[in-house]
Design a protein around this ligand. Structure first.
Ligand SMILES: [Zn+2]
Length: 182
């Protein structure tokens, strides 16, 4: 599943821009909406709808967070059927990506970020990976951790990748790290 957090209204957006913390509905002029989608296509359609609809002076959507999508009755059948295919394949009945990685969710400052543990052979085996957006939030302007919690999170993460890479299959994510981050 894909979870998107959207902040509506200039009061709420400005407060978020200032503090980096997602404001609570009752403190702000605006509102926060968290919506879940089964597929990327559905999320894109929703975001396009938001842009077209307008009505709020300001709207921002935060980076989406990926969570496990439950199998439908036929996912297993299609997984077998497509097992010799290279690249990502999707269940024709429910749209689930059949090689979906095991996404974890890390929370800091009210934000959610994705993390995952690489299941590949070689030195990256078992490495925990997260996103640059999490890395950017860990430190303050002086380069100190924003909290003890932030320090503890950082200790568990070996590499921070651009947010659009966190959904790659294990082997491609490992290849990206080997080529770009060593
Ligand atoms: Zn399915």
């Amino acid at each position: 599943m894909i979870r998107a957090t959207i902040i509506f209204g200039s009061g709420a957006v400005n407060k978020y821009d200032e503090t980096g913390i997602i404001p609570k509905d009752e403190d702000i002029d605006g509102c926060i909406d968290v919506v879940e989608f089964r597929t990327e296509a559905k999320m894109r359609a929703y975001c396009k709808g938001l842009c077209d609809a307008d009505g709020w002076e300001k709207v921002i959507s935060l980076d989406p967070v990926y969570t496990q999508t439950p199998d439908c009755d036929t996912c297993d059948h299609w997984r077998g059927f497509f097992s010799d295919k290279e690249g990502s394949v999707y269940c024709p009945d429910c749209g689930k990506r059949l090689d979906e990685p095991c996404f974890e969710v890390v929370t800091l400052n009210g934000h959610e970020f994705n993390a995952r543990t690489l299941n590949v052979e070689g030195e990256l085996k078992g490495s925990r990976i997260s996103t640059e957006t999490l890395n950017d939030m860990l430190l303050d302007d002086e380069g100190d951790y924003i909290s003890e919690e932030a320090r503890q999170v950082d200790e568990t993460i070996k590499f921070y990748v651009p947010v659009d890479k966190i959904t790659l299959p294990d082997s491609q994510l490992a290849a990206y790290i080997n080529q770009n981050m060593k």
